[in-house]
Design a protein around this ligand. Structure first.
Ligand SMILES: *Cc1c(COP(=O)(O)O)cnc(C)c1O
Length: 386
């Protein structure tokens, strides 16, 4: 029997960048308790760690260090462990997640400089090179692959080439891209990539991971500022004992193991990325047909999350729009931009192009209810800029 509208509304689809919609089978994988020393649980951890390195093209050179917590815990652990206490890091910033890295290194008391572009503008690899030439003290560079603030795609491969050419080290926050957009460490030279269970890999939230170049990680003993965020210690312990240092998020790990199986069945990065690109295309075409405008031109839009300008029509009220869409079974995301009044709709998670079509129908019906006929934003000349 198909779910009644009420049941459907009770379990909305999340068109958000995390937590996001997961499959029924991934959720079901959590319906048993695991002892952390159980041989099959230990095997599961080894399988997950191996698969993640394989996805990054790092077998033989890189290792996966998983960590309890949300994605930010993994980013903080990556920065605190991989950046020596006397190191200096150039932070490439074009959104909230870049700014978050700056807050982290500031709290760590490590030396840093910022290279910032506008939220709708990708990081310029040549400019990264110039900044490195101008500041020989910079030992490391950090960049966000897809800046989820706007959905902009940063050119990590070109940046990695500039960094490697000068003998510096690169750290990547690939949280919202890993598993859907290609990132192969054989082409993108880096010391570490941080991501989490709950974005494009479609696991449930609760663990992050860092894929680190083994030789670089081996040099990082004593760098970390916090025991629980010490990736070197976590790695050494796992290699030795096959277990996590502290209570592992067992149910999250079991769900992640299932989610990775489903990722592989879908055709890995290519298959997953293909579905998200199609989701994104259906969404953007449908929204444009209603008069909405995207913040980003298509050339720099990652198929992860799309930022739309708020319609200028005074009958459009975002909170009412959000609530009514939620009642129709779709959760969207408020904007996080400083450059424009906007909202966001995610393309990731267990969503299909048909789901995106249903979301568009719900959006059209909601706009009709609100009496909004024209979704065009405020003309560019009159937009407030920060
Ligand atoms: C989601 C995300 C994070 C981590 O956020 P958490 O809320 O801690 O999971 C970090 N960086 C980027 C680019 C993200 O999209």
């Amino acid at each position: 029997m198909p779910p009644s509208p009420i049941e459907r509304n009770a379990v909305p689809l999340l068109l958000t960048p995390g937590p996001l919609t997961t499959s029924e089978t991934t959720k079901r994988a959590m319906l048993r308790d695991w002892g952390s020393r159980d041989g099959r649980f230990v095997e599961m951890n080894a399988r997950i760690r191996h698969r993640l390195v394989e996805l990054a093209g790092g077998l033989g050179s890189h290792v996966t260090v998983p960590l309890q917590g949300s994605g930010t815990f993994a980013v903080e652990a990556m920065l605190g462990t991989m950046l020596p206490r006397d190191g200096k890091i150039l932070l490439c910033i074009n959104g909230a997640y870049g700014h978050r890295m700056a807050r982290i290194v500031e709290m760590l008391g490590r030396d840093f400089v910022e290279y910032e572009t506008a939220e709708d503008t990708p990081i310029d690899a040549a400019e990264v090179g110039r900044r490195l030439d101008g500041d020989p003290a910079v030992s490391h560079v950090a960049i966000v692959h897809c800046e989820t603030t706007s959905g902009v795609l940063n050119p990590v491969e070109a940046v990695a080439a500039e960094v490697a050419r000068r003998g510096r080290r690169l750290l990547i926050d690939a949280m919202s891209a890993f598993g859907a957009l290609p990132l192969d460490v054989r082409r993108v030279a880096c010391d570490a990539v941080a991501a989490s269970s709950n974005k494009c890999l479609e696991g449930v939230p609760g663990m992050g991971f860092v894929i680190a170049r083994e030789a670089a990680l081996a040099e990082c003993e004593g760098n970390a500022h916090a025991l629980s965020l010490d990736l070197h210690d976590q790695w050494r312990f796992m290699e030795r004992a096959g277990q996590w240092r502290f209570t592992p998020p067992t149910h999250v790990i079991a769900a992640f193991d299932q989610a990775l199986r489903e990722h592989e069945e879908e055709g890995g990065v290519e298959g997953r990325g293909g579905r998200y690109r199609e989701n994104c295309r259906v969404l953007v075409d449908g929204m444009r047909a209603m008069g909405f405008e995207t913040l980003l031109p298509d050339a720099v839009q990652a198929p992860i999350i799309v930022t739309f300008h708020m319609p200028a029509d005074p009958r459009f009220d975002f909170q009412a729009f959000y609530d009514r869409l939620r009642d129709r079974g779709f959760v969207i995301y408020p904007g996080k931009l400083t450059v424009a009044d906007s909202f966001r709709i995610g393309c990731i998670g267990r969503l299909t192009p048909a789901d995106m079509g249903d979301a568009l129908a719900a959006i059209a019906a909601t706009l009709a209810d609100m009496g909004v006929a024209n979704c065009a934003p405020v003309p560019v000349a009159r937009r407030a800029t920060a």
